[in-house]
Ligand binder design. Structure first.
Ligand SMILES: Cc1ncc(COP(=O)(O)O)c(C=O)c1O
Length: 415
């Protein structure tokens, strides 16, 4: 019978580039195959003495033989081990999407009467989950600019159980100081979770900076090919294990084996992809900065990024996401970019972190009305990064000169 894979390489001194292709992977004990099998089975044979039917009576589900794929599955487990190794974590739980990973954190840590602090600007789905769903369940929240540490200290309450940060945050590319935030969280008896989707472990390992939980939308750079949804949450085993019971067994947000297999294959090339993407992104950001139609570019790797020093300190790779603003009306430029004589390589599309570049206009007014509802200083802070709206550009694996030529063919009309 297949045995659980082991996190043997996590504590080894291996380079993360090596872990990215080996961690969680052992040759199949029956056939010797060295690439992961897709175990499509939903259920597994077991000895009656080994497994109880309720998660309540199986305190460590990862120590059990495989039982039912909603609990866990051999292919999914390999993915969990691989990402845990890359993040320097004890364990992880893979989920059906990035949103399910956010749900895993929030539903895993918070109870009625608790208070959570989240970034006032983060992936809109997460912000709406907190302000529209959690509030209905009796969980209080404060949405504030987490880059302003005095604000965070002031927002802490006796019942604050969690600070949830996203750095760089979508769509602004504003950064948060993870180490400073973890000190504030822990002094107040709260946990710190970090959405590291845009950074990836190639750039930042939040656990080493003091975070308690790290999540990724695996849909983005981690898989890197725009062909599968997935998410993951990693951290100490004592935090992850109860979350597994809630999110997988009870809420049913488990990842499919086929998806896990594709993501494992994507992660095989995570390091070379992110290295190439970072180099291209810098070339594209600098090229856009020089274009007459462009009024501002925000990319953590540019010296002009307002938090470039923090980026250098916290990110070993500046990743592939940037925003730019145009002098001409953003809607006119968006229509030109997306229209028939628009860009030919860079797709006008949502999502990010794929092998093909894409961009989308994120209008400030629209996001304020739909999701963020900022005013006063918070709105000013937002507008400082975004003006009336930003084009959020995700750099893929095309040659940077081709990306620039494709964008310039449209932007030149507005110069
Ligand atoms: C930073 C961030 N977190 C979470 C998500 C949600 O991920 P998914 O679309 O896989 O549910 C996204 C999606 O764009 C994201 O950008």
């Amino acid at each position: 019978m297949l045995q659980w894979g082991k996190l043997e390489m996590k504590s080894s001194n291996r380079d993360p580039r090596t872990l990215a292709v080996h961690a969680g992977l052992e040759p199949d004990p029956v056939t010797g195959a060295i690439s992961p099998n897709i175990t499509t089975a939903t259920n597994f044979t077991f000895q009656p003495k080994d497994v109880a039917f309720s998660a309540n009576l199986n305190p460590d589900m990862t120590a059990l033989p495989y039982f039912y794929s909603r609990w866990t599955n051999p292919t999914v487990r390999q993915l969990e081990q691989r990402v845990a190794a890359l993040e320097g974590a004890e364990d992880g739980i893979a989920t059906a999407s990035g949103m399910a990973a956010s749900t895993a954190i929030l539903f895993g840590v918070l109870k009625v009467g608790d208070h959570v602090i989240i970034s006032d600007v983060c992936y809109p789905g997460v912000r709406e989950l907190v302000s529209e769903v959690l509030v209905d369940l009796g969980i209080q929240s404060s949405a504030i600019n987490l880059s302003n540490l005095a604000n965070v200290r002031a927002a802490m309450r006796p019942n604050t159980k969690l600070i949830h940060a996203e750095t760089p945050c979508n769509p602004l590319m504003r950064l948060t100081d993870i180490a400073a935030l973890s000190t504030i969280a822990h002094q107040g008896g709260a946990l710190l979770s970090v959405d590291s989707t845009i950074a990836t472990p190639v750039a930042t390992q939040p656990l080493a900076l003091g975070a308690d939980l790290v999540m990724h939308s695996l849909t983005k750079f981690m898989n890197g090919h725009g062909d599968v949804l997935g998410g993951i949450l990693v951290g100490k085993k004592e935090l992850i294990e109860p979350i597994r019971a809630r999110i997988a067994v009870r809420l049913g947000a488990s990842l499919a084996a086929q998806s896990a297999w594709l993501i494992l294959r994507g992660i095989d090339t995570l390091y070379p992809r992110m290295t190439m993407i970072e180099t291209s992104a810098l070339t594209v950001a600098q090229g856009l900065e020089r274009h007459k139609a462009v009024s501002r570019v925000i990319y953590p790797g540019l010296m002009s990024h307002p938090q470039h020093n923090l980026a250098k300190q916290q990110m070993k790779n500046f990743s592939g996401m940037m925003t730019f603003q145009t002098r001409a009306k953003a809607d006119d430029v968006a229509n030109a970019l997306a229209g028939e004589s628009g860009t030919k390589l860079v797709h006008y599309a949502v999502s990010l972190g794929h092998q093909r570049s894409n961009l989308v206009l994120m209008r400030t007014d629209e996001l304020m009305r739909s999701t963020y509802f900022l005013d006063g200083t918070a709105l000013e802070d937002y507008r400082n990064y975004a003006g009336d709206g930003v084009f959020r550009l995700s750099i893929g694996l095309e040659a940077p000169d081709d990306i620039l030529a494709d964008l310039f063919a449209v932007l030149d009309r507005f110069a």
